[in-house]
Every structure is written in C-alpha cells, then in structure tokens.
Design a binder for this molecule. Structure first.
Ligand code: HEM
Length: 137
C-alpha cells in the first residue's frame, strides 16, 4: 500500500511558474489552479464557460477566477482529467482561498471582536440603569 503511494508521488511532474508563463496559446494552454497544473488545450472547445476565459488565464494562476465562478463538483472532478502536474514547492501559494474553512485564520480575530461586542451592550446597560435611577428613584 505504502509502496503504491510512493510510486504515485514519484510520478508527479513539477513545474515552475516561470516556465509555464509562455504556455498561453491555443495550441498549448495550461492553467495553474490551487498549485495544480492543468493542460486545457483539448478542453478549450468543450469548456461551457467558453475558450476566451481559459485563454485569458493561460500560463497564469487561475485559482481566483476559477473560484469566483463557483464551479460545480462536476467541474472539479472533470478538471482531474486535465491535470499534468503540480508547482514546485517554492512556487506554491500557501492559501487555498476557495477550500480553506472559514474559521481557520479568523479565530483569534473573532475572539478579539467578541470582547468589544460585549463591551458596548454592557456600557449601554449601565448607562440606562444610572439614567433610570436618576429620573425615577
Ligand atoms: C480545468 C479547469 C476548468 C474546468 C474543468 C472547468 C469546467 C467548467 C464546467 C463543467 C462548467 C459548467 C458549469 C459547472 O459545472 O460549474 C464551467 C463553466 C464556466 N467556467 Fe469553467 N472550468 C475550468 C476553468 C475555468 C477558469 C479558469 C475560468 C475563468 C477564468 C472559468 C470560467 C467559467 C465560466 C465563466 C463558466 C460559465 C458559468 C455560467 O455560465 O454560469 N472556468 N466550467
């Protein structure tokens, strides 16, 4: 089992962003999506969103526009068919914006906000109590 995994990982072709830059033509179109490298040359005609958008992003990182469109799970499994490799470690982007759970990075910030969220009602409550006592007692 572990041997099999080893074998698969050895077969992954690694690319640098630099060498992919020039692969932006109708005859040779690649996309970078979430650190994966996709050869979409044969997919240009079939893409439901049209070939223009793919050609516009060819040779570049299309992670953001890909997520902006909210592609279906069908689209996500279809893209596996066009995967030809991955970016070298040094060129990978750390954030997988579209896939990151919302709570991962925001937690400390949320806790900070929780404090100020408590403070305002507390001060307003105290002020209301003081005013009430001043007027009615
Ligand atoms: C290998 C990469 C890609 C695959 C396999 C793919 C696949 C698909 C599929 C199957 C659809 C039909 C709707 C759906 O199922 O979500 C679609 C729609 C679309 N895609 Fe892609 N796509 C890819 C990359 C991109 C990129 C990089 C962009 C933008 C630069 C893009 C822009 C669009 C647009 C604008 C639509 C039309 C949405 C609509 O009409 O509602 N796609 N794509």
């Amino acid at each position: 089992m572990s041997e099999e995994v080893q074998k698969v990982s050895e077969e992954v072709t690694l690319f640098t962003r630099e060498e992919l830059k020039s692969r932006n033509t109708r005859e040779d179109a690649i996309l970078i999506i979430h650190n994966g490298v996709y050869d979409v040359t044969k997919f240009l005609d079939e893409h439901p969103g049209g070939e223009e958008v793919l050609l516009e992003m060819a040779g570049k990182d299309a992670s953001e526009p890909f997520e902006d469109v909210s592609h279906s799970s069908d689209a996500r499994s279809l893209m596996k068919k066009y995967k030809v490799g991955e970016l070298v470690e040094a060129d990978r982007s750390a954030a997988r914006a579209g896939f990151a759970p919302a709570w991962t990075n925001d937690q400390p910030q949320d806790q900070g906000n929780a404090w100020s969220a408590w403070l305002l009602p507390l001060v307003l409550g105290l002020a209301a109590t003081v005013i009430y006592r001043y007027i009615f007692v």
